[in-house]
Design a protein around this ligand. Sequence first.
Ligand SMILES: Nc1ncnc2c1ncn2[C@@H]1O[C@H](COP(=O)(O)OP(=O)(O)O)[C@@H](O)[C@H]1O
Ligand SMILES: [Mg+2]
Length: 333
Amino acid sequence: MDVGAWCSQSRVWVVAGKGGVGKTTITAALAATAAAVGLSVLVIELEGKHGLGTTFGRPGPVGYEAVPLRGPPPNGADRAATPPAGAIWARRLTPDDALLEYLADHGLQRVSRRLVSSGVLDVVATAIPGIRDVLVLGKVKQLERAAVADMIVLDAPATGHAMTFLTSASGLLDAARGGPVRQQAADVVELLQDSSRCRVLPVTLPEEMPVSETVESASMLEDRVGVHLGAVVVNGYEEGPAALECPTGDAARRAGTVLDPWALEAIEAAREFRLRRLRLVGEQVSRLGRELPLPQLRVPRLGTPAIGPRELDQLAAAMAHAIDALPATADTR
Ligand SMILES: Nc1ncnc2c1ncn2[C@@H]1O[C@H](COP(=O)(O)OP(=O)(O)O)[C@@H](O)[C@H]1O
Ligand SMILES: [Mg+2]
């Protein structure tokens, strides 16, 4: 499937998964994949962590004002500015940020900073569970409606919290009888359930526990919230050459080489170790395919200690390749 067409199926992409599976890295890779085919991208960082900028060679936390990760910077302090084609901007969006903007948008600019700094949100959040998530997603919905970028990618909180994050609006909708809170929750649920506007992209590792958890949480999100799962990203995927199947002794004989017994033993042990690992990976991705029938985007495990811009481009290229290999009719829901 054409990469641009795949990325344009929805404007909002929520990258979800357990902490440590590579959510932030895949968020960055997805943004880079889309930007490489000329889309404008806004990445939204919900936790104000450092990882995102580093992958683009711009270390430091992402702030409230949009910063460029790739391409030209925003023009002045225009918060409504949209990144140009092929550019990636990022901004932080905490519940406090979202509340400030909500109040400002509703004519309460003068009091909003004082209200927020007085910790009013903590009081409100205790009274209305889920309001923080609804505020944040409500802001995302507003950005989506304003079409601030061709693609808006959310680095969702780690699973556990991600489940709450995405289910809060439905919960609030059931609980709130009327008023602006209910409206905001209804708008968020509408966004989450509309596959032409929003998709969730679960990320997993090809290992037993992460696969089980991904199957469980992804299915639950589909059932409880009615979100649309775009594909599942298998991060850290590994494949070995077919030659690895051949015992070292046989391979040496075929090559007409005689190995010292100690060398033969060491190489054979390494081969078996590697083969076991690759078989486990193979088993887990097959199980994932059976239990969560979604297209898989397999992204390789890179052997580098850190992911910088060069590695990011490698991951983005792998992602584009995987998308390219999807049948054109892979997902038309
Ligand atoms: N495909 C990959 N190859 C190599 N290292 C990776 C890959 N994906 C993630 N990492 C590394 O794994 C660690 C966790 O990734 P990160 O994206 O921060 O996870 P999360 O956001 O899910 O907590 C980071 O150090 C990151 O550089
Ligand atoms: Mg992260």
